[in-house]
Design a binder for this molecule. Structure first.
Ligand code: SF4
Length: 334
């Protein structure tokens, strides 16, 4: 059970942003993996000068869970590749996050923009390292931490991809924990439009619970920010991004899960898009070396009950044809 004091995530976000960007040099503070607990969870050694790692995205993360087509389907569609069970992605992590999820598979020491575990680097340098090492991946996952603390991270990556002539060959997938509105606060309208219209680029935003209570339990942040997560998803969809969603449904409170999922889906359909639930994938939470000391077994077990309630509610709202539509083909335009 989360007994730690609540987090002032909004203040933390501003502090971390300041430590994570040098606008003049177009550099951002990125995690260096060697020596971290997260590095002991990696199946391949870190690459790209310690700034990168290769992640295996699996369509079937667990036979008892739902299929996870993200980011495999959007990537394979863009690159014209057959859909594969395991997709190798080049991952880079911003070294800061304003949430503190008990299940996070990143060491908390890699979330504080700490120079001991990170360095300033430009997206172009990271892409160049990837090319120099001839990395066997055509998908780049811009992750964290919370990448949105520095929305310039994704913008500058997309600009560098264009400059290096990699737009056709490399798909970019950006994670977002939906904690801030920094895209609108720190980028110009022209920059947002450039990102939204970039081909071979999609975003995923993660709902960190199914209501304010489960959100606070999972992240330690103020429950009012759960509502903001839904609002932000709506803003990204309205701005024209190729937007997807994850949801983590770990909880200690299993009372009235069907009712809570129904209320959540009402909000998503009303405020994001009526079809958006079909673009959301529940994420299976797993234990790792990096989270062993804060892992909550009961909450992990309860996610299966929450999944049942989520699936029942989604099935109640959509036809068999809609439910079998590939996630990339779910229309979210008005
Ligand atoms: S939002 Fe993501 S990166 Fe941040 S603590 Fe939670 S799981 Fe970790």
């Amino acid at each position: 059970m989360s007994t730690q004091k609540p987090l002032d995530s909004q203040k933390l976000a501003e502090r971390l942003r300041k430590k994570s960007i040098d606008r003049q040099a177009r550099a951002i503070r990125m995690t260096k993996f060697p020596g971290s607990a997260q590095a002991t969870d990696l199946s391949l050694p870190p690459n790209c000068g310690g700034f990168g790692r290769i992640h295996h995205f699996r369509l079937e993360p667990d036979p008892n869970w739902v299929t996870n087509p993200l980011p495999t389907l959007p990537t394979c569609k863009y690159l014209g590749l057959p859909v594969t069970d395991v997709l190798l992605a080049q991952v880079f992590q911003l070294s800061a996050c304003d949430f503190r999820c008990w299940y996070c598979f990143v060491d908390f020491s890699l979330l504080t923009a700490d120079p001991k575990h990170s360095d300033m680097v430009t997206p172009k340098q990271l892409l160049q390292m990837m090319l120099d090492e001839k990395v066997n991946s055509q998908v780049i996952d811009l992750s964290g931490g919370q990448p949105e603390l520095v929305p310039e991270y994704v913008l500058w990556f997309l600009e560098a991809r264009k400059e290096l002539g990699l737009e056709q060959s490399h798909f970019v997938w950006a994670d977002d924990n939906l904690s801030t509105d920094y895209t609108w606060r720190y980028l110009s309208e022209a920059e947002i439009t450039f990102m939204a219209q970039s081909h071979g680029f999609a975003r995923v935003g993660c709902l960190k619970g199914f209501d304010a209570e489960s959100f606070t339990f999972n992240t330690r942040a103020d429950g009012a920010l759960f509502d903001q997560q839904i609002e932000l998803l709506g803003r990204f969809v309205a701005a024209g991004f190729d937007q997807y969603g994850y949801i983590t449904i770990t909880t200690m409170n299993t009372d009235d899960l069907p009712g809570k999922m129904a209320r959540l889906l009402d909000e998503i359909q009303k405020r994001v898009h009526s079809n958006f639930p079909l673009r959301i994938v529940p994420l299976r939470i797993f234990g790792f070396n990096a989270n062993v000391n804060r892992y909550i077994q009961q909450a992990e077990a309860n996610q299966f009950r929450a999944l049942e309630a989520w699936l029942a509610e989604v099935q109640r709202r959509f036809s068999a044809t809609e439910l079998s539509t590939p996630i990339t083909e779910v229309n979210i335009r008005r």
